[in-house]
Ligand binder design. Structure first.
Ligand SMILES: Cc1cc2nc3c(=O)[nH]c(=O)nc-3n(C[C@H](O)[C@H](O)[C@H](O)COP(=O)(O)OP(=O)(O)OC[C@H]3O[C@@H](n4cnc5c(N)ncnc54)[C@H](O)[C@@H]3O)c2cc1C
Length: 480
């Protein structure tokens, strides 16, 4: 067991160097937060002045600004521009300790969380904010490797590598059909992530990379955005969906609505029209997944150990105060939580929901301590924004609808503002300014293991080496 007075040393409100806790500190509640994403980090920050000791645990040592991951995947930003080390972020917060570790179990009886190396951390109150990951609707095993999703820094780097390698392979390919397939991209899912990815890819092929190749014209790339519903951005008003479709069209993106992906192979994707049942085969080596999400595995732990009820996506059904029934000391927030008490429907899996939930939990703990009344959580929707490309975006903010440059400017300002560290705000601002005026992007590196690039390309070689399909994670390509 990692004892509070062992793990947390020094600083105001913490044990002295001999590990002694003052009488005041002994009375303080120990709040353990699992997950340093939007929910967990905002909960920790909101407890800065609270009379509690906080331990934040994350398997990564950084907070990741996921809304800009697609810019890493398409080479506009570097990974470190959108990640902030949690230890540095919480440096000035003396009542808070950060620990790196993967939580694998929770024992509500003993009030401890258990890390994968067997260490345990005791809590008085527990906040679980471990988010969600990709969901391939029952095809996880076959599709995960062929159609990478975008959730982690590694995902973004892998996507960037795959996109850039496709153009490198096309430049060297003499067969026109294979070349066309190499320059065809399929993005599955017409929500904000899919739209943003498709738009960024359109910018990259129509503008940024043009004239850099000799044998191919990147503007001939075919980018297909496949959506099962009858319009993209289905949570936005219809007119904004239509504007987004038009803006994507200007960037060379074909939007295939009412189309369901039914097969993803190494060199093609099969889609089915949901109205006519007609099937179409799209030859491609690059499929990017931006469709479903499922809750992180800790929700199953909460179901088994604490009897929490889960929805179909594995999210934890929470009570109006974000606790789980029978456990008023366990809060579940962010993407992991299904909060349906406000509208009857679960709140959307967006950063604002997670951040507001984090702030709310801090407030509940404060109110409990001072025996104040607790109101149910209430989400204040500040609006929706999706960017499509340079000067192209759509925004739906309190019934005001914007598109084009005004929406793009609002989007840029908001995203800069919500980056956690000042350093990152500055770097992203400079990088965007540079990209905007020069249309050049500096982070288009193909990185990975040391094997020669040509061995990872899906091009036939005289050496007799079998096609190393571009969808395969290059780390797994056998280069012996
Ligand atoms: C590509 C992409 C684009 C997005 N774009 C937008 C957007 O434009 N606007 C918007 O509002 N929202 C957007 N979102 C959604 C938004 O990022 C999420 O709603 C938000 O991150 C949820 O916050 P969270 O704290 O619940 O989870 P997360 O931010 O995912 O954080 C979960 C944390 O838990 C940690 N963790 C997980 N399991 C464990 C474990 N077992 N032990 C220890 N630590 C663990 C993870 O390392 C992570 O740091 C986007 C998401 C993605 C993936």
């Amino acid at each position: 067991m990692i004892e509070l007075n062992h793990a947390l040393r020094g600083g105001e409100g913490w044990p002295d160097s001999a590990g002694r806790l003052s009488e005041m500190d002994k009375k303080k509640e120990h709040v353990v937060i699992v997950g340093g994403g939007f929910g967990g980090l905002y909960a920790a920050k909101a407890m800065k002045h609270a009379p509690v000791n906080v331990t934040l645990v994350d398997r990564r040592n950084f907070h990741l600004f996921q809304p800009l991951l697609y810019q890493v995947a398409t080479g506009s930003l570097s990974p470190e521009d959108i990640a902030s080390p949690l230890r540095a972020t919480l440096k000035g917060q003396k009542n808070t300790q950060f620990l790196t570790g993967q939580v694998i179990d929770i024992d509500p009886e003993r009030k401890v969380i258990i890390l994968e190396d067997g260490d345990e951390i005791g809590y008085d109150a527990l906040v679980v904010a471990t988010g969600a990951s990709h969901h391939y609707f029952g095809h996880d095993v076959e599709w995960e490797d062929r159609a990478p999703g975008l959730k982690t820094v590694e995902d973004a780097i892998r996507m960037r590598r795959q996109l850039l390698l496709a153009f490198e392979a096309a430049e060297r390919e003499s067969d026109p059909d294979r070349r066309r397939a190499l320059m065809t991209f399929v993005i599955v899912g017409g929500g904000p992530t899919g739209v943003e990815l498709a738009g960024a890819l359109g910018e990259m092929t129509r503008h940024t990379m043009r004239e850099e190749f000799r044998a191919i014209d990147t503007a001939n790339a075919q980018i297909n955005l496949v959506e099962a519903l009858d319009r993209i951005l289905s949570t936005y008003p219809e007119d904004l969906s239509a504007k987004a479709t038009a803006a994507l069209g200007e960037l060379g993106v074909t939007v295939l609505t009412n189309n369901l992906v039914i097969e993803i192979a190494g060199d093609y994707v099969l889609v089915k029209d949901t109205k006519t049942n007609d099937q179409a085969l799209i030859p491609t080596y690059t499929v990017l997944w931006a469709a479903g999400v499922k809750a992180s595995p800790l929700s199953r732990v909460l179901a088994q150990r604490a009897g929490a009820e889960l929805d179909r996506a594995g999210r934890v059904m929470v009570q109006p105060d974000l606790t789980i029934p029978g456990h008023d000391d366990i809060f579940v927030i962010g993407d992991l939580a299904n909060f349906s008490h406000q509208t009857g429907e679960p709140l959307p899996g967006v950063a604002q929901v997670a951040m507001q939930m984090g702030n709310y939990v801090a407030d509940v703990l404060r109110r409990r301590r001072f025996n104040k009344a607790i109101r149910p959580f209430h989400y204040k929707d500040k609006g929706n924004l999706a960017v499509i490309g340079r000067n192209r975006a759509v925004a739906d903010i309190h019934n005001f609808r914007f598109s084009g440059l005004p929406a793009w400017l609002i989007w840029a300002l908001i995203h800069i503002n919500f980056l956690i560290e000042f350093d990152n705000k500055l770097k992203v601002m400079v990088q965007w300014g540079w990209n905007y005026f020069t249309r050049r992007q500096g982070a288009r590196l193909i990185t990975g293991e040391a094997s020669p690039v040509w061995m990872q390309l899906p091009v036939r070689h005289d050496s007799g080496i079998e096609d190393a399909a571009i969808h395969a994670n290059a780390d797994h390509v056998d280069t012996d």
